[in-house]
Design a protein around this ligand. Structure first.
Ligand code: UDP
Length: 383
């Protein structure tokens, strides 16, 4: 089966990193078509996955588009759609991995008579999308897609609540290459030394810097934690949130936490960094569709505390495989950090439990098999 994957982003967010793993088994018979150039293209090339930037320039990616912005970004895409439709004829399935890819994929599917699969990595709600974008997603998915693969039951629920066809959607969790997360204590020790962290209690936060990812919540919580607790913020602003980054730095300065908060920027050695942390905090203030970083923390055997909303509550069993904290609740987060700090034995026991459970539930071989079967079904039904 030949697959044309489409993704709107040149930058590697969670949806793109998931696509990297989904596309890998098809690398001798697929193409990843990007609507913007960037470091995601390089990641695909490094893994020998064929990739092509399908548009001459970057398309503005904004989930909160109003009608005018929405039409203008669609206008940017139109000149390329004929070529993309032509290209689609060389493939058996069009696999749209993001919302704008769904727009392009739907038109290409119509023109090229190829089935369309949409991988939904989002909660389709007003917290994440404007009304026009929600209508667009649902309208196109209902009218043109043969299958919607959703990354969690929370994403499915939002899709159905927004008017999506419930018979077309199947849940497949993100899968992970388990080997990538197996690092030994000596790697962690080395990393601590390189970063000059000594034996301080390190709380890691791994996410792009964006207001709803809630880095500000962790910074605020830090002032209620013992002074040897430090925060590592790993990730960069991917979608033009530079003003927010400046705000975070200002917050750190105002709270006098300069020596307890480190900004590491985007890193490609996430598993090694996670292994080194004493605790990982996920602090999204809006419901997270899935939360790759949560599963990654579990696979590394590092305790995780996460904001209890959206797909997250499908990943963590509170008190058994991690801790859940109400989104935006600074004092509760500080309380859980202190608990892990003062009772490390209990935290490690929970992390081991989480590691075992995550290895079984989020194994890439299994999830890729599930996707392969679903795609096979789509092609057979069409044939
Ligand atoms: N990530 C990364 N480097 C960084 C920060 C994050 O590779 O510096 C990865 C992280 O390991 C995870 C992904 O980016 O796999 C983020 O996915 P998640 O589902 O947590 O959030 P999203 O970006 O989809 O909102």
């Amino acid at each position: 089966m030949k697959i044309l994957f489409l993704d709107q982003s040149g930058k590697p967010g969670g949806a793109e990193l998931c696509l990297l793993d989904v596309a890998k088994p098809y690398r001798d018979r697929c193409l990843v078509g990007l609507l913007a150039d960037g470091s995601f293209r390089e990641l695909l090339e490094q893994q020998d996955i064929p990739v092509q930037v399908l548009t001459g320039r970057a398309i503005q990616v904004q989930k909160d588009s109003n009608l005018l912005k929405g039409l203008s970004s669609l206008g940017q895409l139109l000149p390329f759609i004929g070529e993309i439709a032509q290209l689609s004829r060389e493939y058996d399935v069009i696999y749209a991995n993001t919302q704008k890819a769904l727009v392009v994929g739907a038109i290409a599917s119509l023109l090229a008579h190829r089935p369309l699969v949409y991988h939904l990595h989002d909660i389709v709600s007003s917290e994440h999308f404007s009304a026009i974008n929600r209508r667009l997603i649902i309208g196109l998915a209902n009218r043109f897609s043969s299958l919607v693969i959703a990354n969690s039951h929370a994403s499915v629920a939002s899709f159905i609540a927004a008017g999506g066809n419930r018979d077309r959607v199947k849940v497949v969790y993100n899968g992970f290459d388990l080997q990538r997360y197996q690092h030994h204590a000596d790697v962690a020790a080395q990393m601590r030394q390189t970063l000059g962290l000594g034996d301080r209690f390190v709380v890691g936060h791994f996410s792009r810097l964006s207001p709803w990812k809630g880095q500000q919540v962790l910074i605020e919580a830090l002032q209620y934690c013992p002074v040897d607790v430090v925060a590592l913020l790993v990730g960069d602003a991917l979608f033009g949130e530079d003003a927010f980054v400046a705000q975070l730095h200002q917050q750190v300065e105002q709270l006098g936490l300069g020596d307890r908060v480190r900004f590491l920027g985007f890193r490609s050695d996430v598993p090694q960094l996670m292994t080194m942390c004493d605790l990982i905090a996920h602090t999204s203030t809006a419901p997270e569709p899935f939360g790759r970083v949560i599963v990654e923390a579990m696979l590394c055997g590092t305790p995780i505390v996460a904001a209890a909303a959206g797909g997250v509550i499908e990943l963590i069993e509170h008190g058994k495989t991690g801790w859940l904290s109400p989104p935006g609740d600074v004092l509760k987060l500080a309380d859980i950090i202190q608990q892990c700090h003062s009772q490390p034995g209990q935290a490690i026991a929970i992390a081991h439990q989480a590691q075992q459970s995550a290895s079984q539930r989020f194994n890439l071989d299994t999830t890729n098999q599930q996707i392969a079967q679903l795609l096979q079904q789509v092609v057979s039904d069409r044939g």
